[in-house]
Design a protein around this ligand. Structure first.
Ligand SMILES: [Zn+2]
Length: 75
């Protein structure tokens, strides 16, 4: 008999992106494609994501402004 490749039986334990605690099945709090331990941790991550997004947007804006040719009216 050919021995099938043994699939390692590893229970996937995901950690909360906010507090890094391992999430237990009963305590999963699913929001926006990710698991958190509770709404508090979700909000925490949301705030962090929002802040980094705003930062990235500001950076992009600054870059665009720097690259934008300055129109000088020659008159
Ligand atoms: Zn958490």
């Amino acid at each position: 008999m050919a021995e099938a490749t043994k699939a390692p039986v590893v229970e996937e334990v995901k950690n909360c992106p906010a507090c890094k605690k391992p999430l237990k099945k009963a305590r999963k709090f699913y929001r926006n494609g990710a698991y958190y331990c509770n709404n508090n941790c979700f909000k925490k991550v949301q705030a962090t994501a929002k802040a980094s997004a705003a930062e990235a947007a500001a950076e992009k804006e600054a870059k665009a402004a720097a690259e934008k040719p300055v129109e000088q009216s020659q008159a």
